[in-house]
Write a protein that binds this ligand. Structure first.
Ligand SMILES: C[S@@+](CC[C@H](N)C(=O)[O-])C[C@H]1O[C@@H](n2cnc3c(N)ncnc32)[C@H](O)[C@@H]1O
Length: 502
């Protein structure tokens, strides 16, 4: 489970993990990070050509529609024949998540469910139907994510000859994920949210990973990795599947895995139960944290993720106000006009930060790192001696001075955060006001459906992010007002004393 400690997250034993981006931000502010690639191989620029970009929109020749039950009975049949014990749940159409697992019988709170045997789990150690292809990747020390992405494509392309045919046939042909939003869709709908940058960065990384694999491996072994199969379109699909379905199993030393059947479970923000390997039953299980009646959909948690992160990896946004882990990224920047600009920037860089930095705001508050960054941004040259501890605290690279406070500049620091909040709020206001009139130009019903779908997701995301900003704005304004009235009171008392002594 992801542990939330204050505003920071300890990356312990998360479940469904989309933690892929080597990010511009600091690791400690991320919910969960996995190294994807050896960095020197990544080409971060978006090197896909226009035709490749449009190819992203095409579908691949395997899998099924997102809401289809057409392949689910053969999936269950294959799983049962391959060792999955009899289940208390069945795949069905559901209100939340289109397709999910529904209780067939009464399920008690605290009951263990699933018991998927390790032989039915895809991991980086799984045997390849084409062992030579697997050998090539191992010889090249390809990391887990691109290895699994390539494995999935290789097995999918073998159709019935692959052990995983029934599983892959029941996977969505186009997983919901921001990977499938074009650049212009991201610009159009997510301009106000920082998630837009993360989506672009993620797409760049997937394209970079593909280019790297093609250059280093696929082009050298075209018999094992023909371009008709191992192309950016199939890579995008396999990464979309990994982002939206892969789990990390804490009791298997954090091994990453695709768990057929278990990956039909949808997420609920109020549920706190995660998939894991159960040593006693030797299967992947989860323990229910509430009872279910027959016919009710059963949920797990994909981790304590914000609405933006859920949209980024899984392509959905929970209903407003239902996600206790929701947060919004607040961008803060050093001012170029600052007389100590160069000095401060150098210190920020020393601690791995940059001139512009995002910090998570939650409905319950903000992290100390954000406050430290604000202190640094507003501190005058007379406080030069404190710059380093501010930068270190902003980067979370210090254990001491957890109670960082500088009363002499607190008001300016809070005002600085408030200004950034208000500038973000005005971006959200602009988008949400304009959203009503967006897309009136579309005539094709298919395009209209897609646009309405994306717009609704964006409106839901922006509304929830703006709500957190409104809350922060309220708290900041109140604190500033209290500080000012406090100062006024102190001044009145001081003047009173002066008069008295006169
Ligand atoms: C691990 S799969 C779960 C099974 C999936 N519904 C299916 O039919 O294949 C994750 C995907 O399920 C959907 N999903 C999961 N939880 C959801 C929720 N609370 N609301 C909407 N969609 C959800 C999203 O499309 C997500 O990408």
């Amino acid at each position: 489970m992801v542990e939330a400690s204050g505003m920071m997250y300890t990356n312990t034993n998360t479940t469904l993990v989309p933690a892929f981006n080597p990010s511009i931000q600091r690791n400690h502010l991320r919910l969960c990070q996995l190294p994807l690639l050896r960095r020197h191989h990544v080409q971060f620029s978006l090197s896909a050509t226009a035709s490749e970009t449009s190819a992203f929109m095409e579908t691949i020749p395997w899998g099924c529609e997102n809401d289809s039950l057409e392949n689910s009975s053969s999936l269950l049949k294959w799983l049962s024949q391959s060792g999955l014990p009899s289940q208390k749940m069945a795949i069905d159409k559901v209100d939340v998540g289109e397709r999910g697992l529904v209780a067939l019988k009464n399920i008690r709170k605290g009951e263990k469910l699933l018991f998927v045997p390790p032989s039915l789990v895809i991991t980086p150690d799984s045997e390849w139907s084409c062992p030579e292809a697997g050998e090539v990747l191992k010889k090249n020390s390809v990391p887990d994510w691109p290895l699994l992405a390539t494995y999935l494509i290789s097995e999918a392309s073998l159709k019935e000859s692959s052990k995983w045919f029934s599983y892959i046939s029941a996977l969505p042909r186009q997983p919901y994920s921001l990977l499938y939003w074009s650049q212009s869709e991201l610009d159009r709908y997510l301009k106000a949210s920082q998630i837009r940058e993360r989506a672009i960065e993620r797409t760049n990384n997937v394209v970079g990973t593909y280019n790297d694999m093609r250059l280093r491996i696929f082009s050298k072994y075209p018999d094992f990795f023909p371009e008709e199969v191992f192309n950016i379109k199939s890579f995008k699909w396999s990464f979309g599947i990994l982002f939206s379905r892969m789990v990390r199993l804490p009791s298997m030393d954090g091994k990453v895995a695709l768990v057929p059947w278990a990956d039909m479970l949808n997420h609920n923000c109020e549920v706190e139960t995660f998939l894991d390997y159960d040593k006693s039953s030797k299967g992947i299980v989860f323990t229910t944290d509430r009872p279910y009646l027959p016919g009710e959909q059963v949920f797990i948690s994909y981790g304590n993720k914000s609405n933006g992160e859920l949209l980024l990896s899984y392509g959905f946004v929970p209903k407003e106000g239902t996600n206790p882990s929701d947060s919004v990224e607040l961008p803060l920047s050093l001012k170029k006009s600052d007389e100590c600009y160069e000095e401060k920037l150098e210190l920020l860089r020393k601690y791995g930060l940059s001139r512009s930095q995002c910090f998570p705001l939650r409905i319950t508050g903000w992290p100390l790192e954000l406050m430290a960054y604000a202190y640094l941004a507003v501190s005058p040259s007379s406080m030069r001696g404190k710059f380093e501890e501010m930068a270190a605290t902003a980067s979370n690279e210090t254990t001491s001075n957890k109670d960082l406070r500088y009363p002499e500049i607190e008001e300016q620091a809070l005002q600085f955060i408030l200004d950034s909040c208000e500038s973000s709020i005005s971006k959200y206001n602009k988008f949400l006001q304009a959203s009503g009139s967006l897309d009136l130009d579309v005539t094709s019903p298919k395009q209209l459906n897609r646009r309405l779908f994306l717009k609704q997701l964006a409106v839901d995301l922006c509304t929830s992010e703006r709500r957190i900003l409104f809350r922060a704005q309220y708290i900041l304004r109140r604190r500033l007002r209290d500080m000012k009235t406090g100062e006024l009171k102190a001044l009145t008392i001081f003047n009173g004393f002066r008069k008295f002594f006169k």
